[in-house]
Design a protein around this ligand. Sequence first.
Ligand code: ZN
Length: 183
Amino acid sequence: MAIRKVARLGHPVLRKRAALVVNGRIGSPEINQLVQDMVETMFEYDGRGLAAPQVHESLRIVVMLWEHEKTEKKPSLLCLINPVIKPITKAMSSYWEGCLSVPGMRGKVTRPNQISLSASGIQGEKIQMDVSGFDATVIQHECDHLDGILYVDRIKDMKDFAYTDEYERYTLPGDPDSEGADE
Ligand code: ZN
């Protein structure tokens, strides 16, 4: 296992469309190693999620932690290979998002509140579920990384973009959309 260097805003790998992981590589030692390294890197930097392009691997792989919807069906640590998501509601939610590739910042982003997710798991097992709330936001944020999109691209009003410590000082108290995490 190894902690990998995280690509930061401005590095071209974050703006590339990541490649599908071909079937034969799912479950291979090199992909398993990458996923392990991504998990270790996510924990090291206290993130809620991490996409492979953030560690300079342009592949469609995401790791994330569930927070809100822990059930027996949903493990607390999830690896998604080749995830495909689709909004299943017109309802939108706004959260203050952060990103390990844009360290020290938070921005308010509005996204569909509920999505359907299908993906392969670490051993190629099929994952299919509906996800709502902040977990849905984390998955959408991570899947954006696979298409070269960063959350800063989705901030509608740049007044809703702040340094994390100033955000915590001035915005967090009493803000209904105050939930945030580095993803
Ligand atoms: Zn991110």
